[in-house]
Design a protein around this ligand. Structure first.
Ligand code: SF4
Ligand code: SF4
Length: 345
């Protein structure tokens, strides 16, 4: 089913989606676009390249309270915090970010232990993917085509959207997406020409090139294993790193978190908060020992996790080439260049 609307009528579409649940979509902010819950349908803005932050926080919030308790009281009196699970439409997600959900599913639902918070939010969400324009050069930091992701891959979305000048074409990809599209009165049926354009764009997206290098999972995993003890290599590539953690917070496939207890007077809260392997005390043990005191050890961990350990343990590379870590690093450390350097070492 291919439907269409126009960019001018985007707010009508947004208003229709808001009747189905919470709508989370890109909005323009001072520093750039980000996904936010929409209260004004006119705020949805599809004139963006990609969002500053990845959409992972929709399923894995930066901070999430699990348990509330009173200090000194019996544990039996502790209360579980019910997660805020609502039908949600996540609108305007680029194909590389859609792919990241599949990688994150491995950790939150695919290893035997299911994280109910992630799983229920994923289940409650309908994802509207949104193609990059294959006629416009990619951002210089991007390298998603290196990882086999097309600029207009519909896989993983429930509905996939392609811009055709001032028109917006919407194709149902999953039964969930098909049902939702059929319930939106602001959409009209697309023409045969529109279908041809849609299919042509998906195909063009598969040959579209971002920065590109030949990376195969098995050889790159072995390469980083061989480089593990090469301190000179890691010291060189991490020389400028500030251990600020920005690269991990913006990354759609970084999922480290900490569980903290916060007490104020006699009220306690146990919560999950994002953490980062780039932080100095990430591996600080209760004894005071820290196995990763050096910056190079932490950068080695971050990159080897994505391009080696993850492959060995789960199969895929844990990176979708979205370029956010490079765009947001204050000292221009670029994971793509490090992978390239590693292959030459
Ligand atoms: S490591 Fe960088 S390029 Fe890869 S998914 Fe994370 S932010 Fe994107
Ligand atoms: S964003 Fe750059 S400086 Fe900050 S921790 Fe990551 S690599 Fe280091």
């Amino acid at each position: 089913m291919l439907k269409k609307t126009t960019v001018q009528k985007l707010s009508d579409l947004a208003a229709g989606l808001m009747e189905k649940g919470a709508l989370i979509a890109p909005v323009r902010e001072e520093a750039g676009h980000n996904f936010r819950e929409i209260s004004d349908p006119a705020a949805v803005d599809l004139d963006f390249y990609n969002t500053l932050l990845s959409p992972k926080s929709v399923f894995f919030p930066h901070t999430e309270d699990f348990i509330r308790y009173k200090t000194g009281a019996s544990i039996a009196e502790a209360v579980c915090v019910e997660p805020d699970i609502r039908p949600t439409v996540l609108f305007g997600v680029r194909p590389c970010d859609v792919k990241s959900f599949e990688i994150m599913d491995i950790h939150f639902t695919g290893t035997g232990k299911v994280d109910p918070y992630w799983a229920k939010r994923r289940e409650a969400a309908t994802i509207f993917g949104y193609a990059f324009d294959p006629n416009t050069p990619a951002d210089p930091a991007d390298f998603y085509s290196t990882l086999g992701i097309g600029a207009a891959d519909p896989e993983g979305s429930d509905v996939f959207m392609i811009r055709k000048d001032q028109d917006l074409l919407l194709q149902a990809v999953s039964p969930k997406g098909e049902k939702l599209l059929s319930e939106l009165p602001s959409l009209s049926d697309a023409s045969a020409d529109d279908q041809k354009y849609f299919d042509g764009t998906v195909a063009a997206g598969r040959t579209f090139k971002t920065r590109f290098t030949c990376v195969e999972a098995e050889p790159i995993a072995k390469k980083f294993e061989d480089l593990f003890h090469n301190a000179a290599f890691w010291e060189k590539v991490s020389e400028a790193c500030l251990s600020c953690g920005a690269c991990t917070f913006v990354c759609p496939t970084c999922y480290c978190f900490d569980i903290c207890d916060e007490t104020l007077f006699s009220q306690g809260t146990r919560r999950r908060v994002w953490d980062s392997c780039m932080f100095t005390d990430f591996t600080l043990e209760a004894s005071g020992h820290n196995p990763r005191t050096k910056v190079y050890q932490r950068l080695r961990q971050k990159i080897s996790h994505k391009y080696s350990y993850h492959i060995r343990k789960y199969g895929p590379i844990s990176c979708v080439g979205c370029g956010r870590c490079t765009r947001n690093c204050p000292v221009n450390i670029d994971i793509f260049s490090i992978v390239n350097e590693a292959m030459k070492a």
